[in-house]
Design a protein around this ligand. Structure first.
Ligand SMILES: [Zn+2]
Length: 267
């Protein structure tokens, strides 16, 4: 973890400090080696939060975009179950930064535990993720709204593990590559898969990293996922009804042999 309590104060790991875990109260020792990001580890082998994963520079890069008080927040359910959220904003939005593989049952458990959750996934860990997206993004169709797309083939764009998530999932395809104003524009964009489907289509959002961070600072949700999906769903259904009516009208013209698209009978 990034923070432990040292005399009731949240401190980052430094050689010589000793702290306690804000989750379970056990002793923690600072790990300040050369190979991994500096962090705190429980003195015993086991971490008190079974959902916790070893932190990477990618995790740190993301967490650092948020105030210290919002990072590693201990949350307790009425059942007594407790977990440490990577980031919990003052608006109650939880952000989980996921680098390693997550089992479907654990993903669902976390989505249930954090009702207002957005995932940010390191999509550089697996070699296939980026080429799959480059190929699959050809199926994206732009909607009437800038940066919002639909696709009937989300499985062609994103890893199977995330397709039925109940929370929005933002895929970070640039990982810890340098970002910032001088980086290529596409490095600054995260691709989000929204929960639910619009008439069978997945709704996909392209969102610049900075915009996502700003939204998380200002609002209880990064975007109104549900409303977006419902609106596009209603549009698709209205369009389908219109198309069905056009086909019906056209075939009735043909049948009666009248109307503007009348064709000369062939013999
Ligand atoms: Zn602990």
């Amino acid at each position: 973890m990034r923070y432990a309590l040292v005399r009731d104060e949240r401190r980052e790991a430094e050689p010589g400090l000793s702290g306690t875990c804000p989750g379970c109260g056990q002793a923690m020792i600072p790990k300040c080696g050369d190979y991994r990001v500096h962090h705190w580890a429980h003195r015993g082998a086991r971490n008190c939060d079974s959902w916790w994963e070893p932190e990477t520079p990618w995790h740190r890069n993301w967490k650092m975009r948020f105030p210290k008080d919002w990072q590693e927040v201990l949350l307790r359910a009425s059942s007594g179950e407790k977990h440490i959220a990577d980031v919990r904003t003052e608006h109650g939005l939880v952000l989980e930064f996921q680098h390693s593989h997550i089992r479907p049952d654990e993903r669902r458990a976390r989505e249930a535990f954090y009702p207002n959750l957005a995932w940010i996934v390191d999509a550089t860990r697996r070699k296939r993720d980026r080429p799959r997206f480059e190929e699959g993004r050809r199926s994206l169709r732009l909607t009437a709204w800038q940066g919002i797309y639909t696709t009937p083939f989300p499985d062609g764009c994103f890893a199977q593990d995330w397709l039925d998530s109940r929370a929005p999932v933002f895929f970070d395809f640039s990982g810890t590559e340098p970002s910032g104003p001088r980086a290529p524009a596409d490095r600054e964009v995260l691709w989000g898969l929204l929960p639910g489907r619009a008439a069978g289509n997945a709704v996909v959002i392209a969102m610049p990293r900075r915009q996502l961070v700003q939204a998380a600072h200002r609002r209880p949700q990064i975007l109104a996922s549900r409303r977006i999906v419902e609106t596009i769903d209603a549009l698709f259904r209205a369009q389908a009804r219109l198309d069905a009516r056009r086909v019906a009208v056209r075939s009735s013209w043909r049948f009666r042999g009248s109307g503007p698209r009348r064709r000369r009978a062939r013999f």
